[in-house]
Design a protein around this ligand. Sequence first.
Ligand SMILES: Nc1nc2c(ncn2[C@@H]2O[C@H](COP(=O)(O)OP(=O)(O)OP(=O)(O)O)[C@@H](O)[C@H]2O)c(=O)[nH]1
Ligand SMILES: [Mg+2]
Length: 166
Amino acid sequence: MTKKNRTMLIGSIGAGKSTLTNALLGREIPAIKTQALVYRDWIVDTPGEYIENPFFYKNIMATALEVTHVLYLQDATKQKTIFPPGFSTGITKLPIGVVTKCDSEKADINQAIDQLKRVIPKGPIVITSAITGQGLEEIRNLVKCNSMDEMKEYVKMIPEEVVIFV
Ligand SMILES: Nc1nc2c(ncn2[C@@H]2O[C@H](COP(=O)(O)OP(=O)(O)OP(=O)(O)O)[C@@H](O)[C@H]2O)c(=O)[nH]1
Ligand SMILES: [Mg+2]
């Protein structure tokens, strides 16, 4: 992993940010409720409250200054999305949409993709599962990319069941 590239994860309470963080880092421990910012190697894990309560948006903006990429997580098993439309356009870091829990029988992957398209007007969307490992390698590689064009080129090599570019 390129040392200078780092990503922040944001998404609703229980969307799977900490579980994904552990899976991306190869840490085989269960996630516990995130209470504050957690810095681990090239990942900054945030509490779901940061995006669920607009009072904390300033924390998201401040933390974004420290990273190159932002992962916007949408839980495939949840109907609702907590991101305001176009939320990523207010953050000048490379956006990556992430559908979580694609392994679940309750997952509606297409709905989750549609929700993320409203958050990220342009960028990759990765369909992941921390249980099966789908999409993990693709996220690691996207965070190594240094521009939107580089991410777009990378996505061309990946099956569209795993990553699409919008
Ligand atoms: N089926 C399935 N469940 C998952 C997956 N990832 C996370 N979960 C479950 O979702 C629940 C919440 O996971 P967390 O990783 O703690 O969620 P979080 O986004 O960090 O939540 P906060 O820290 O409260 O903001 C846990 O019960 C996980 O086991 C996945 O890929 N598949
Ligand atoms: Mg957490």
